[in-house]
Ligand binder design. Structure first.
Ligand code: PSU
Ligand code: MN
Length: 307
């Protein structure tokens, strides 16, 4: 029997502009696709996917939206690829454990933070922007998103607006501490809670410029510590939602999930959809505003790292 060792590169398909930017050492920012296929409704998802790429370009970086199409790990999508994800229908939610399945079966998949980080790292992309990361679920401390171990092991800096309080935020931060993931507040001393700017929980360090963030990211890798860094930026003040409204919506969504027995990988998309329903258009507006903000910050940090 021959054991063939095939590098991951064989399954990677880079969009030409992304490949050129990487070769030239220009800044590149990865974007995930689960938020397109399972996090936002159509057509807001498609508009947002395009908008995030524009924001990154306006900051002088190259966007690379990541997904699995036809079993290939795609880094940088064309309009047809983005549309396929946004219109949905048979798009698997792909986290680390799903990667071999969707590749072997030649399927289509939207990548979570974990899977996007891993694919980005295969191509040498160092910075990634998203909305919120997964974490430790409320009342279910054994339901830990694969995003957390990925942050511990894969060398990509992730910019997000914290995490929704559908999760247990204190336990999520404890997990990151145990596994050595630095959490940097971008212009804040507090861990933001996605729709709201504060959670009352402290970050490990505050950074007030892309350079300050880049120096810590670089030091982590230069020290040989490897792994990721989490940079958290609060939702822009004008788009923030009242904490009481959010807590009520989250409590209702959690009760519905419990009642309907929703579990495993379905729980996050279920809660996101219920919260969007309950809060109406406001939550969507906040979601898009924080995504744009994160994309711009990520592009500036990628620029500082490339300098
Ligand atoms: N949180 C959000 N919006 C999202 C997600 C999380 O506010 O779209 C998505 C991200 O892709 C994240 C994934 O990586 O959900 C986490 O899913 P799970 O909890 O099953 O690991
Ligand atoms: Mn889970």
């Amino acid at each position: 029997m021959t054991l063939l060792k095939k590098p991951a590169q064989d399954w990677l398909v880079l969009k030409a502009e992304v490949e050129e930017a990487l070769k030239a050492g220009r800044p590149v920012v990865a974007l995930e696709s689960t938020l397109i296929a399972h996090g936002l409704p159509f057509p807001t998802n498609l508009e947002t996917a395009h908008r995030l790429e524009e924001v990154i370009r306006a900051e002088g970086a190259t966007p690379a939206t990541i997904a699995v199409l036809g079993g290939r790990l795609r880094i940088g999508l064309d309009n047809a690829g983005l549309e396929r994800l946004a219109r949905g229908g048979n798009i698997r939610k792909v986290s680390r454990r799903d990667l071999p399945i969707v590749v072997a079966q030649g399927g289509d998949g939207a990548t979570t933070v974990a899977a996007t980080m891993w694919i980005a790292a295969q191509a040498g992309i160092k910075v990634f922007a998203t909305g919120g990361i997964g974490g430790v679920h409320r009342g279910q401390p054994f339901d830990v998103s694969a995003d957390l171990p990925e942050l511990a092991r894969t060398p990509v800096a992730v910019v997000c607006a914290g995490a929704k309080s559908i999760l247990d935020l204190p336990l999520t931060l404890e997990w990151l501490e145990t596994w050595g993931v630095p959490v940097l507040g971008y212009g804040t001393d507090e861990f933001p809670a996605f729709y709201t700017r504060s959670s009352g929980l402290p970050v490990d360090a505050r950074v007030d410029s892309p350079q300050a963030a880049a120096e810590i990211i670089r030091a982590r890798w230069d020290l040989g510590l490897g792994g990721g860094v989490l940079i958290v930026a609060p939702v822009p003040a004008e788009a923030e939602l009242p904490a009481e409204v959010m807590e009520m919506a989250i409590a209702q969504a959690l009760a519905a999930a419990e009642e309907q027995g929703i579990r495993g990988k379905a729980i996050t998309p279920f809660l996101l959809a219920r919260i969007a329903e309950i809060t109406g258009g406001d939550s969507l507006q906040a979601n898009v505003a924080l995504l744009e903000n994160n994309a711009a910050i990520a592009a500036r940090i990628a620029g500082a790292l490339a300098a």
